[in-house]
Design a protein around this ligand. Sequence first.
Ligand code: SAM
Ligand code: SF4
Length: 354
Amino acid sequence: MAAIALGIPAVRRGGGVPSIEGRPDVPGLVDRFGRVAHDLRISITSACSLRCTYCMPAEGLPVIPRDELLSADEIGRLVGIAVRDLGVREVRFTGGEPLTRGDLVEIIRRSAEAAPGTPLALTTNGIGLDKRAEALRDAGLTRVNVSLDTLDREHFARLTRRDRLPAVLAGIAGAHRAGLGPLKVNAVLMQQTLHDAPELLAWAIEHGCRLRFIEQMPLDADEAWRRENMVDADELLGVLGARFALTPVGREDPAAPAEEWLVDGGPATVGIIASVTRPFCGACDRTRLTAEGSVRSCLFGDDETDLRGLLRGGAGDDEIADVWRAAMWAKKAGHGIDDVDFVRPLRTMGGIGG
Ligand code: SAM
Ligand code: SF4
């Protein structure tokens, strides 16, 4: 397998800080296409307790040395700059698997102190969440998304290369007990689990979870994704429609990635994030930080702008904010998966943070 398929960190092409030619003098994270980023995703690790085939290679991603990862202090400082100076309204921690970081509670605490009142969310596979949900809530965590693709233990083990379904279900129950509900559950659409979707939806409704299905994107380390083989939103709607009456209700807000359907007349809903067949890049409001502290303006854009060097070199908040603004100004228009000249990004999903 090529080194790049392992998610080896990309280096900003050309190096340095992107040009801000033409950028209006506004405080927020605007780009050349008029979008404004309010939603910050921070990857905090590339390590994971699962090996989902649509994400990780069987052997996992290369370990990022501890001193190359942003520390809890550094993450807190960047969250403060993002919220205070750059207009960020919500912060989500992801990875890899964020629960593999022993200092996750400290990361949440520092972030909550730096940005009081800002929603702090976690995207997790749920393994170990039952033991840490209360401490995370007490530190300031407000929302949790758990990834779960199927309730069939054998299918789960094959898809994730680990027989850990009971641990995920325990994590979801623990998050509910800690009052971190209503939980969102994310399921990636794959041929192997497509026919498990109706059971997953019935289970989610019964357990007070909001289920969203996600079209698989070409971000798997194995490079097995093929446009012609992927399960799309229409195919899922056909499968769910055989058991439930679905009524389209659109998006919660224009920047929300999921389109919603009422299930059997409501109030329960199901969401579909059709990133490939109905891309929403035109309304994208995300800015990302990699685990090593670089701004990544788009999942599919390899250009990264280092902030860790500035943090560790003694730069002030204003300088860091300016570099972050410049990085977002250079954001590309869209992922272009359907373009003939589409090129996969160098990093895979687990190395960027979904
Ligand atoms: N480990 C955590 C988890 O699984 O929730 C956080 C990181 S994971 C990369 C974040 C989200 O990306 C998960 O919901 C996962 O299902 C999704 N994901 C991973 N690979 C994907 C792909 N190739 N296409 C679409 N979504 C993907
Ligand atoms: Fe790990 Fe999440 Fe990727 Fe699955 S999707 S391998 S749980 S990082």
